[in-house]
Design a protein around this ligand. Sequence first.
Ligand code: GDG
Length: 489
Amino acid sequence: NDADACGGETPRLLVVANRLPVSAKKTGENSWSLEMSPGGLVSGLLGVTAQFDTKWVGWPGVDVNDEAEKDALSQSLAKMKCIPVFLGEVFDQYYNGYCNGILWPILHHMGLPQEDPHDTNKTFQTQYDAYKKANRMFLDVIVQNYQEGDIVWCHDYHLMFLPKYLKEYNNKIKVGWFLHSPFPSSEVYKTLPSRSELLRSILTADLLGFHTYDFVKHFISTCTRILGVEGTHEGIVDQGRVTRVAVFPIGIDPDRFIRTCKLPEATQQINELKEKFSGKKVILGVDRLDTIKGIPQKYLAFEKFLEENPNWRDKVVLVQIAVPTRNDVPEYRKLKKQVHGLVGRINGRFGSVSSLPIHHLDCSVDFTYLCALYATADVMLVTSLRDGMNLVSYEFVACQEAKKGVLVLSEFAGAGQSLGAGALLVNPWDVTEVSSAIEEALTMPAEEREKRHRANFQYVNIHSAKKWGDDFMSVLNDNISESEMQLRE
Ligand code: GDG
């Protein structure tokens, strides 16, 4: 093969996710300013970018109706290797409706919401139809940009139909799919209308990845029970065809956090925070204000801690960054009210004129300040009721080289399985247990903190985002042999 003899062309990888990793701002007529937002997915693909020519496909985060504006934005995005999918009016029912209103709670073991009898335009069925339509729109964009030999890596529950549509378009495309959320027990998943169609669709991919072994187990037993297919150590076998199913725990880019903590700007912020909270221990929480993150439970546990430990009342603060998210979903608006109510009650009960026990922020902070907060905290409190992994817990560990603070971590976060050796694991529903863990963390001797931090720091460094991306791509790439590809022709 001539191409191979010359060193070969770099194969293309299309990474498809609901959202492109950029934020777009309109700066004038037909002009846009774009900034890359380096989340877990971007870091995860840092490792594979040397082996692949990577392009991103996804919704750009803004609605654009005018064709000239669309062209201008597409051209700017192309320079950042991004290809937009403009979802237009389908977006609301697809994203707020089916993805975040139905799939998200099911995947996080929360069950189906009630249908709203007053809103006949937003039934499960109309949302499901919008979901399929949106997945087709992703397909159309991929087809317009597809080159023979491209590998496609689909991300998350937003795109469960995409593997099927891709294989119908061209059965030879290598398709991977990764789920960033948990996969629930079959008893929970079974309640989802259209449960079989969704499963059958993702099973058309070549490789399916999950964060933990438990999610893989749940997924395989769900497929065997609902579809009657066979589950093996390799994955799912259906009429002779194997879909590989495996564990790929995501991580972070630890060096980015370690480097940032050493910047002069961060050092200054750390010193200012230390001064502001001098004489007090700092407990930190960083979460999207999401129903799965267990923020009300965290506040109830902190309230119990203050109730039972009067000696700590003016010696500890809980700083909670509660990043606004999904404001168009009614459950999230309710959650905000509930959380604000709790903050008011607890600050009213235990605050004084000069100090408040909870500093609750309804906003996000910039990356350097986030690192400064992680580095300043004595205790990190992660009380997710369910969480695919929870990268916040990894980021805290990466920023704690100087301080060696304690991580209190929910056993229902994927990270509970990876950072269990160093963290204090808790059941977030048990406020008494979490309150005791807070006390244990605040009073833990330095030697034990050091030992626990070491174990977690080592894990976070080895199981990086880069390793995650490399591992997934190497299995996907080796997964289908040339001979099997020929058989499928
Ligand atoms: C999903 C799954 C899984 C947060 N506040 C600020 C800020 N953040 C950044 C954190 C972290 C990210 O957001 C949150 O990641 P998590 O993993 O903790 O949670 P989800 O957003 O729910 O992510 C989760 C993940 O996908 C990856 O597979 O682990 O289970 O639910 O990176 O740093 N960043 C900045 N300011 C903030 O105020 N700059």
